[in-house]
Design a protein. Structure first.
Length: 129
């Protein structure tokens, strides 16, 4: 093969890798990092493949976290674990198919998040002062 063809193949491979990169809200936990920011600038979470993505998220008191449902099923965003709400759940919201809701974390702490419909969907949100 000629050098030009190898260069073209290399550029194609780089472009394909860039197109399949992690989309916003599906990356490594990190609160205010670009991999977990919504278009509005705040942190975001996606439900995809019956998982909360990212599975761990760090935010600050007062942050509004956007939850977007990309599954073909409805979910809940509930303070609790393994499908069960905590006794004094700070939040328990329905998340219909193809919808978006916002949860505001008003106090510092570690919050377990679950879906009461699909108990294997769990997430940890760490809220810093």
């Amino acid at each position: 093969m000629t050098a030009g063809r190898w260069l073209a193949i290399g550029l194609l491979a780089v472009n394909m890798a860039a197109c399949s990169a992690v989309q916003p809200g599906t990356g490594v936990p990190g609160g205010r990092s670009p991999s977990s920011s919504s278009d509005a600038g705040g942190p975001s979470v996606v439900t995809a493949g019956f998982q909360f993505v990212p599975a761990e998220l760090t935010v600050h008191v007062g942050d509004k976290v956007e939850y977007r449902n990309q599954d073909k099923a409805a979910h809940t965003v509930t303070n609790g674990g393994d499908g069960k709400p905590d006794a004094n759940a700070a939040f328990d919201e329905k998340l219909p198919r193809a919808s978006t809701i916002t949860i505001t974390f008003a106090r510092a702490g570690t919050f377990a998040v679950t879906c009461t419909i699909h108990p294997t969907m769990n997430q940890i949100v760490m809220v810093l002062p």
